[in-house]
Design a protein around this ligand. Structure first.
Ligand code: ADP
Length: 494
């Protein structure tokens, strides 16, 4: 148990460490720091490296040319004194040892038979020397050089002019010099140490600068986050502003807009809740009044009781209707994303709706006429659209007069279909027309109550039409009638 809990503690510590590291790697602060550091240090490191290499190559080139020039002078002397034949010249010997000690190296003079005539180290004299540079030098008649480790090998031809006018020469031998590069390499190392020191100091300075700059650059974002958190935590009303960068300004602006939106949403939710409570309370209050009246009249005649009970029953129906509409609305809100689109014959859909509503219309002696200009097939959610269209036609019947009429028409063009519901009813005053789609809005509350309205039907219907990317238009004249036109795309727009 103890071990288990120990293992658990270690695992959670490792997890914590990992999350801290991943947070650090993801942070803008860290990324800026690394970027600044790389930008600051990389060029310096590259330049130093290039500088050191250039110095080294240049120093070797100078040394090579130097050696070649010295060898050419000696080569001329060798030819002039016929040194290759008699091998005797104190001047040449002296100069050879001078150059050899100057370049801290070795000089050999090799004849045409690749035999070593002179070796300043006295090791290879009289031996045959088969070295690549020497052979190439004989073949090409030009100087050859090669860097090997801490030495440079230079082979210079010893040439005699055969025909001055034609410029032809004969290679009689080769001077092979092995010059030490120690001085150059040592210089390079000294330079390398100095450059490394400078780079280390630059790195330390850059770390400090990068740290300071990255903290300074990110600070406005941190300030903004702090401000947003404070505003959220304390439910402050004031807006957030951070104008250090265009980006922080944009974030603050987006936050303010979002807050304004949620505030509006909150207000409308509160208003909705208070409306719902009020609407649900009204029938209950009526029932209570009716029931109390009956209690206070113990000797009331039966007819009286019947009348009151009928009123109570009507109030219960009303309460039921409100609850049913509320449930539909909540369901619609919830399933907004779950719209079930299918190809549907709108003519058949409308005929079915009208068939269902005909008995209600007949009760009021309202005639329903359906006119279809063409067959319309559209992509719709059958259940939701039926709900909306039923509402329009039901309202046209409900708010009609005795012996009135309702005219329903269906038409389409290449993009949309149109359903028009016209009635000969009481009409809607102009000032109310823009509000009738609001929840619980009723033009004439008492009349609407009489005919069983809840004020939710059009709000639900509008929701459905909007879900289908459609629009609703209304035109109405008081005491003449109302026309509601719905336009919905034939093909559902996702
Ligand atoms: P209700 O359940 O009260 O009918 P609606 O949301 O369907 O609620 O309608 C809102 C209000 O709009 C109704 O109370 C009514 O006053 C008015 N209204 C809707 N349709 C018509 C119509 N065709 N003719 C006259 N008034 C209408």
């Amino acid at each position: 148990m103890c071990i288990r809990s120990g293992v658990l503690v270690i695992t959670s510590k490792v997890k914590k460490l990992f999350s801290t590291i991943s947070k650090l790697l993801k942070s803008l602060n860290f990324r800026l720091f690394v970027t600044l550091l790389v930008i600051g240090v990389m060029p310096a490191a590259i330049v130093s490296n290039v500088f050191l290499n250039t110095y080294y190559e240049r120093a070797i080139a100078v040394r090579t040319t130097d050696v070649q020039n010295q060898c050419k002078i000696i080569s001329n002397q060798i030819v002039a004194s016929d040194y290759l034949q008699n091998n005797k010249s104190d001047t040449i010997q002296g100069e050879l040892s001078l150059i050899s000690s100057h370049y801290d190296g070795r000089i050999m003079i090799i004849d045409q038979d690749l035999r070593v005539i002179t070796d300043t180290y006295n090791m290879e004299a009289s031996k045959t020397m088969i070295v690549e540079e020497v052979i190439r030098c004989f073949k090409t008649g030009t100087s050859v050089h090669m860097v090997s480790g801490r030495f440079i090998e230079v082979a210079v031809p010893i040439q005699r002019v055969v025909d001055e006018t034609a410029g032809t020469t004969e290679t009689l031998g080769v001077i092979l010099v092995s010059a030490s590069l120690d001085a150059i390499t040592d210089n390079k190392e000294v330079l390398y140490d100095s450059v490394s020191l400078i780079l280390t100091i630059a790195l330390i300075v850059m770390v400090l600068i990068a740290a300071i700059l990255s903290i300074a650059f990110v600070h406005p974002f941190k300030r903004l986050t702090k401000r947003i958190n404070a505003v959220n935590a304390e439910h402050m009303e004031e807006e957030v502003h951070e104008n250090s960068y265009v980006e922080t300004e944009q974030i603050a602006e987006a936050f303010n807009q979002q807050r304004a939106k949620s505030k509006l949403l909150d207000e409308s939710r509160q208003e909705f809740v208070s409306n719902v409570s009020h609407e649900l309370k009204t029938p209950l209050t009526s029932m209570k009044v009716l029931a109390d009246s009956l209690i206070q009249m113990p000797d009331a005649p039966v007819e009286f009781y019947r009348e009151f009970m009928e009123d109570i029953s009507a109030e219960i129906d009303r309460e039921n209707a409100i609850i049913a509409d509320l449930l539909t609305m909540v369901k619609l809100d919830k399933t907004q994303a779950e719209i079930n689109i299918q190809s549907q014959n709108i003519n058949e859909l409308l005929e079915l709706i009208l068939k269902r509503l005909k008995p209600i219309a007949a009760k009021q002696n309202v005639e329903i006429v359906f006119e279809s200009f063409r067959e319309v097939i559209a992509e719709v959610d059958e259940v939701k659209l039926t709900l909306a269209l039923t509402n329009f036609v039901e309202n046209a019947i409900k708010y009609n007069k005795e012996n009135g009429w309702v005219h329903v028409s269906l038409d389409a063009d290449h993009k949309y279909f149109y359903v028009k519901v016209t009635d000969s009813g009481c009409g809607i005053p102009e000032e109310d027309q823009e509000h009738i789609f609001e929840r619980f809005y009723r033009v004439d509350k008492s009349h609407s109550r009489e005919i069983g309205g809840t004020g939710l039907g059009l709000s639900i219907a509008k929701n459905v039409v909007l879900m289908h990317r459609g629009i609703i238009e209304i035109s109405s004249v008081v005491d003449e009638g109302t026309t509601i036109t719905v336009r919905i795309p034939l093909n559902y727009i996702v």
